[in-house]
Design a binder for this molecule. Structure first.
Ligand code: CMP
Length: 140
């Protein structure tokens, strides 16, 4: 099925100037960018976006990292977009990510891991709506 998923290029990858290289991987896999915005997250926004992780020991560091610089946020659309994006990203911990994945190639640590992608249909819907009202999505 055609799906939409939320993708974030995190502050480490934006600082490395590899937004275009990461977009090329999305496009090469048949995923379309149907909405995008670059933004500096506030602490409240980062805490709200990652609210499911609030009780985890890494929550504080995660929020601090996500507000350390601008992020590039996009909606990707395509056949099986959620799983396809997760394949492109590789494992959360770049040390465990398969060769040729975005995290293997661009990430430095489990915190500075270059990208975020929704993990399931339910979270994708919530995460897309968090950043983009429906009218800002250019389905194509
Ligand atoms: P992300 O997919 O953005 O979702 C939550 C983030 O928390 C994750 O990527 C990692 O960058 C970060 N994180 C830090 N430590 C851990 C951990 N032990 N398990 C999962 N995520 C972690």
């Amino acid at each position: 099925a055609i799906e939409r998923t939320l993708s974030i290029i995190k502050p480490d990858a934006v600082a490395k100037n590899v937004i275009g290289q990461i977009y090329a991987r999305f496009e090469g896999a048949g995923l379309k960018v149907v909405a995008a915005r670059m933004m500096q997250l506030s602490q409240a926004e980062a805490e709200a976006f990652y609210a499911v992780h609030k009780a985890r020991p890494f929550f504080g560091d995660l929020v601090k990292f996500m507000i350390s610089g601008p992020v590039m946020v996009q909606v990707l659309e395509g056949e099986g977009a959620i799983a396809k994006n997760r394949e492109l990203m590789g494992a959360t911990d770049p040390k465990k990510a398969d060769k040729g994945t975005i995290r293997a190639d661009f990430a430095d640590s489990i915190d500075a891991n270059a990208v975020h992608g929704s993990d399931a249909a339910e979270t994708a819907a919530v995460e897309v709506a968090f950043f983009f009202p429906g009218m800002q999505i250019c389905s194509r």
